[in-house]
Structures are given as C-alpha cells and as structure tokens.
Design a protein around this ligand. Structure first.
Ligand SMILES: Cc1cc2nc3c(=O)[nH]c(=O)nc-3n(C[C@H](O)[C@H](O)[C@H](O)COP(=O)(O)OP(=O)(O)OC[C@H]3O[C@@H](n4cnc5c(N)ncnc54)[C@H](O)[C@@H]3O)c2cc1C
Length: 399
C-alpha cells in the first residue's frame, strides 16, 4: 500500500483544521489573539477542552494512551495551522512536555493518575528546569531532593517559570546525588504546587506582564511515588523533553498571522500621504520577510518529512529553533518600524479585552508592541540560540 506523501498529509490536515477553527474557535478568543490582547487561563482551558473533545489536543499521544498516534509531521501541521487561524498558544507544559515523559518512562500508576486530567486541561503544569545559576548550564542545578522514608524533601529555587501562577503541578529537575558527574545525580519529580513550603512569586517582564515566576521550595515533602523513572535518571528524561520542545519551536503559522497584521498596517499607515505598502522600499521589506517565512516552512517540511520516513531529526531541531525565532523577531521589529510612523506608544490598557477607551495608535498597536517586547525572549527560552548554534556546530557539522 502506498503511504500518503507529506504534501498530501499537509494539505488534508490543514484544510480540516481550518474548517474546524471556522466553526469552533470562539470568536472572542480569536479576536484577542489577533489583537495580541491578554488571553486568560479560562480562555486557554475553554479552547483546549474543545480541541480535546475532537481528540486533537492529544493527537500526538499514542493510541493506547488515548491519542490519535499522530506523527511529528501531523502534530506540527496541526499546531501550525491552528496558530495561523488565530488560536491561542496550546500551552505545552502538560500535553506536549510532561505527558510524553510519563508514558515513555513513567509507571502505569503515574499514567493512570496524571494523563487524563492533563489531556482535558483540568490540571495545569509548569516546567521547573531553570535556576538562578542553571539556565544554559542546566546540569549545574542545585535544587536538592533528599529521600526521607516514602518522601523526598525538596529545597531550592526555580526561576523564569512560565504561567506558574496558574499551575497546579510542576515537573522539576532536582539533585538527588552529588557524588557522580553532575548529569547523573539529577532526578525528575512531579510536585504539587499547593504543598506546604512552596512559594510562587511573579516576575514583571519587559512587556510589563507577569507571566514569569520564581518558585521557592523550603522542606517540601514530595511523595517518592512522584519520581519519574529511576532516581538519577532525570537527565535522560530532561533531554527527551527538550527535544520535543525544540521540534515545535518554529512557529510558521504565527509568523504568517503576524505578516497578515503587518501587511494590514502597511496598507493603512501613511507616510507623506501614501500608504507604506505603495512604497517600493516597503514592498521589498515585506517580500524579504515572506521569502524567509517560506524558507522556514520549507525546512520544517523537509525535517518532518524525513522524520516521517523514520529519520530522527536530532540536533537538526536546533535549526528550526534558530530560524523560527529569528523570523518572529524580524517580523515584529518591522511591525514596530511601521507603527513608528504613527508615533509609537505602549498603551497597555488596550491589551485588556474589556477596555474601550480611546486608542493612541492604530487598533492592534499595543498588541504589536507587546509582541515585540515579549518576542525578545524567543531567542532565549527553550535553550538560547547561542546554545543551539553550539549544538549544530558539534552534532551536525562535527566541528
Ligand atoms: C520568557 C521566558 C520563559 C521561560 N520559561 C521557562 C520555563 O517555563 N521553565 C524553565 O525552566 N525555564 C524557563 N525559561 C528559562 C530559559 O530556559 C533560560 O532563560 C535559558 O535557558 C537561558 O538561561 P539563562 O537565562 O540562565 O542565561 P545564561 O545561561 O546565563 O546565558 C546568558 C547568555 O550567555 C550565553 N551563553 C551561555 N552559555 C553559553 C555557551 N556555552 N556558549 C555561548 N553562549 C553562551 C547565552 O546564550 C545567553 O545569551 C524561560 C525564559 C524566558 C526568557
């Protein structure tokens, strides 16, 4: 039997996702996303539950765990088309990051306890990897977990934890041994954020939002049943998770959505009485960004098609992270340049969907500035681009 080609899979799935979004993506949520306004936890959960009812929220999970057994290509196409249509970010910490670790390395009891509430978004996960002295050099982490009877006692600090204020659970990397080389003394633990001794504090970021947090653990008792895999084996699971994180890091659908906004602004913003889009210099800039977007999409398709044929993208996923993040930054910087003609301001009230006061700049301008500011982080999180370049140099180019 002939297998469907990646192009056929792409066009079929994209059309299905488009039609589904037309019918089921709530208009209020789509509008917030298109204007880059604040999307609440309730909005995320409402949309994720709709996707879950269709089976798509966990389409990439194996069938025996309630998924559809999608390939990596299918998962990427699904998310990509979703973002193009104005879907909010599918928060990955549960369904995409920790769940595959659980069904690959966890026990049957852990799967039975955590997978179903993760799939239907009734629990919200956070990712507790980074620490004040362990970001790029993650193996330098110093949070400790010491075995005490049926529990581990956790002490330490995590930082830059996204959306932790909304989270019920956090998966952390903690040091269970200092004897061996740094990587082998690390364990992967699931911690209930309501446990006594946990303090979650928001951090205000450059975009003036509070989506980042620092988390302090003071003598926090964590049941030993919440250890995933073997004690000391956490580095293997951590790397497995980061591989999945990187594979979805090239957000071409979001880039296309941002290009639509940029093109719209260039049609309405005037300079010397003419819309920017009428100027050859702006046409060239837009064309260059379009070409880059097509380039990133082509690399994604190539890598995922290779994966479809059984090849492991491995370190090449780092290429997606670099190209995708730099593309988003280039589009948002060009958007800010266009908006500069209107007298740039960062009107944060306009990010509140309920606010109806006068606008200081074109509709969507506040969201564009927010995207630009928050977008400084895309070359940092998920492993900074310098680190990705090191990986490519060593693992792909053999330097
Ligand atoms: C918006 C945002 C959300 C985040 N969300 C989470 C989250 O939910 N959970 C979580 O655990 N973490 C999260 N992080 C943390 C993120 O993973 C780290 O910021 C990242 O790994 C970089 O670590 P660092 O900040 O400690 O910088 P450092 O590692 O101190 O790096 C500082 C600079 O030095 C460069 N550098 C470091 N080492 C090398 C090297 N060997 N070669 C070349 N250059 C190098 C880096 O590229 C960077 O430019 C988030 C970060 C941001 C900004």
């Amino acid at each position: 039997m002939n297998r469907a080609s990646p192009i056929d899979i792409a066009s079929g799935l994209r059309a299905e996702v488009r039609a589904f979004c037309d019918e089921h993506l709530p208009e209020d949520i789509r509008t917030k996303v298109l204007l880059n306004q604040h999307v609440s936890k309730g909005d995320h959960v409402r949309w994720q539950k709709i996707l879950h009812a269709k089976g798509w929220h966990t389409g990439h999970w194996p069938r025996e765990h309630g998924g559809l057994g999608w390939s990596r290509l299918q998962r990427w196409l699904f998310e990509d088309e979703l973002y193009r249509q104005g879907s909010p970010w599918l928060v990955p910490f549960g369904v995409t990051y920790v769940a595959p670790v659980l069904y690959t390395f966890g026990t049957a009891e852990q799967c039975a306890r955590w997978l179903a509430p993760t799939a239907d978004s009734s629990i919200w996960w956070a990712q507790g990897y980074s620490e004040p002295n362990a970001g790029s050099d993650l193996a330098n982490l110093s949070t400790t977990a010491v075995r005490d009877g049926d529990d581990y006692i956790v002490n330490g600090q995590k930082i830059w934890t996204t959306m932790a204020g909304w989270a019920d659970m956090i998966f952390i990397l903690a040091r269970t041994s200092k004897d061996a080389r740094p990587q082998s003394g690390i364990s992967f633990l699931l911690v209930d954020l309501a446990s006594p001794g946990v303090t979650v504090r928001p951090i205000r970021s450059i975009d003036l939002d509070h989506h980042l947090h620092e988390i302090f653990f003071e003598d926090v008792r964590v049941p030993a049943a919440n250890l995933v895999g073997t004690e000391g084996g956490g580095w293997t699971y951590a790397k497995f998770l980061l591989g999945n994180e990187r594979l979805l890091s090239a957000e071409v659908g979001k880039a296309r959505r941002m290009m639509d906004t940029l093109r719209g602004l260039c049609g309405s913003i005037l300079e010397a009485g003419r819309p920017l889009i009428a100027k050859e210099s702006w046409q060239r800039r837009l064309a260059a960004l379009e070409a880059r977007t097509l380039g990133v999409e082509a690399v994604c398709m190539e890598l995922f098609a290779q994966a479809e044929a059984g090849a492991d993208p491995g370190a090449k996923a780092s290429l997606l992270k670099i190209m995708g993040s730099e593309l988003l930054q280039a589009i948002s910087a060009t958007t800010i340049d266009a908006l500069g003609r209107t007298g740039l301001s960062y009107q944060t009230e306009a990010l509140d969907p309920c606010w109806s006061g006068p606008l200081a700049a074109p509709r969507g301008a506040a969201g564009a500035v927010n995207e630009y500011l928050h977008g400084r982080a895309v070359t940092i999180y998920g492993g900074s681009n310098e680190i990705q370049r090191n990986i490519i140099a060593k693992a792909v180019l053999g330097l």
